[in-house]
Design a protein around this ligand. Structure first.
Ligand SMILES: Cc1ncc(COP(=O)(O)O)c(C=O)c1O
Length: 371
């Protein structure tokens, strides 16, 4: 349909390419069949009990406006990071994607360029296109999805503003060794910011995995993106935060709306930050379930990548849509990730013990039918 270009911004039309994964409401299964949602990298043990308590406390006061700013949250974050960074280093947001959108709106104008490395999280591209920026893809390198650091450095121009890395990466589950990031940052010109998406960091255990902290403390042009949707188990509340040097973060605050804080989300997130037991229970659940899944993948001869995160990427021998359908017959929701730049691949989130039991029972049956 033709729309009036004076009234409608063409950049906002036709670019809404990223659709989140299906919810359980999109699925109907035969009566009595258990459904396991392994499609959105959610926490397999649920939210932090401390967060639930904090929520219960806040509910009777939902008629009252929340804090005017996120300063209480920022103080909490500063303490969480051992006061290595001050309140001006932090910014709270209504989810990880909300922060990604703020960053795009703040730093991208028409004609600017961003660099991504597919397979990558879809919204990086979507938000850039909405700003009229050009997206340059320097794909991760086969066979193990390593970052093409020289390839990235080679395509930086005067128009480049943002480079995105995701560590550990979604949807591959792979990570970027610290040396590669050191090298990349060492060679970045001043007009470029590295967006360092570390929302899955709790699950990484590689020795040379690094957070964005050392780069931020060294005053580099780096903004870290974090979320409460994954390890903290608060996906439904839409909370996230970022950190970077104060010059960048204070500029980003210009995008914040008045009373942008959702008080329920903020109190729950602050409580979840303190709940170290919940995080370690989450991480050990994910690690132990991954160790049950790998042998099954080996046994059936699946093509897959070992993961530093709470999901595993596989490449089934049939189309991703077919595999999604076949797994659903066993009550398992999985996520085709062609729209993350990984055609033919499917991401399977790590669930709880019952979900894994169901998964490792279903996979050999599903794969047997492909022989
Ligand atoms: C790599 C990556 N970054 C950011 C996000 C956004 O997290 P949120 O759910 O808080 O918007 C996600 C969510 O899936 C993600 O996978």
């Amino acid at each position: 349909m033709k729309t009036n270009p004076v009234l409608f911004n063409p950049l906002l039309q036709g670019n809404a390419s990223y659709k989140g994964g299906k919810t359980v409401h999109d699925i109907s299964l035969p009566d009595g069949m258990e459904l396991y949602k392994l499609s959105s990298n959610e926490n397999p043990i649920g939210p932090s009990p401390k967060a639930i308590k904090a929520l219960e406390k806040v509910l009777p006061n939902l008629h009252i406006y929340p804090d005017r700013t996120d300063i209480r949250f920022r103080e909490k974050l500063s303490a969480f990071y051992g006061k290595t960074m001050g309140v001006d280093h932090f910014l709270c947001s209504n989810s990880g994607v909300a922060l990604l959108e703020m960053i795009s709106r703040a730093f991208l104008r028409e004609g600017n360029e961003i660099i991504i490395s597919n397979p990558a999280f879809g919204p990086y591209e979507m938000f850039a296109l909405k700003q009229g920026a050009k997206v340059i893809d320097i794909p991760l390198l086969a066979p193990d999805f390593s970052l093409d650091v020289d390839g990235i450095l080679d395509v930086i121009t005067e128009q480049t503003r943002l480079i995105y890395i995701t560590n550990p990466n979604n949807p591959t589950g792979t990570y970027i060794p610290q040396d590669d990031i050191d090298y990349l940052i060492e060679h970045l010109p001043d007009h470029v910011i590295l967006i360092y998406d570390e929302v899955y960091f709790h699950f990484a255990d590689a020795e040379d995995f690094s957070l964005a902290i050392p780069y931020v403390l060294a005053d580099k042009n780096v903004i870290a993106v974090n979320s409460f949707a994954k390890s903290y188990g608060l996906a439904g509340l839409r909370m996230g935060y970022g950190y970077g040097k104060p010059e960048l973060m204070n500029y980003l605050r210009n995008i914040q709306r008045p009373f942008f804080i959702n008080i329920a989300g903020m109190e729950a997130a602050m409580a979840a930050l303190d709940d170290k037991e919940h995080i370690s229970a989450t991480v050990s659940m994910v690690q132990s379930q991954k160790e049950r899944i790998y042998p099954c993948l080996e046994e059936i001869g699946a093509e897959y990548w070992r993961s530093q995160s709470n999901f595993i990427l596989i490449k089934p021998p049939v189309s991703e849509a077919q595999f999604e359908q076949d797994m659903l017959q066993h009550g398992l929701m999985v996520r085709p990730v062609a729209n993350f730049g990984a055609p033919g691949c499917v991401r399977i989130s790590i669930g709880n013990e019952a979900a894994t039991t169901s998964l490792i029972k279903a996979l050999p049956q599903v794969y047997a039918a492909y022989k």
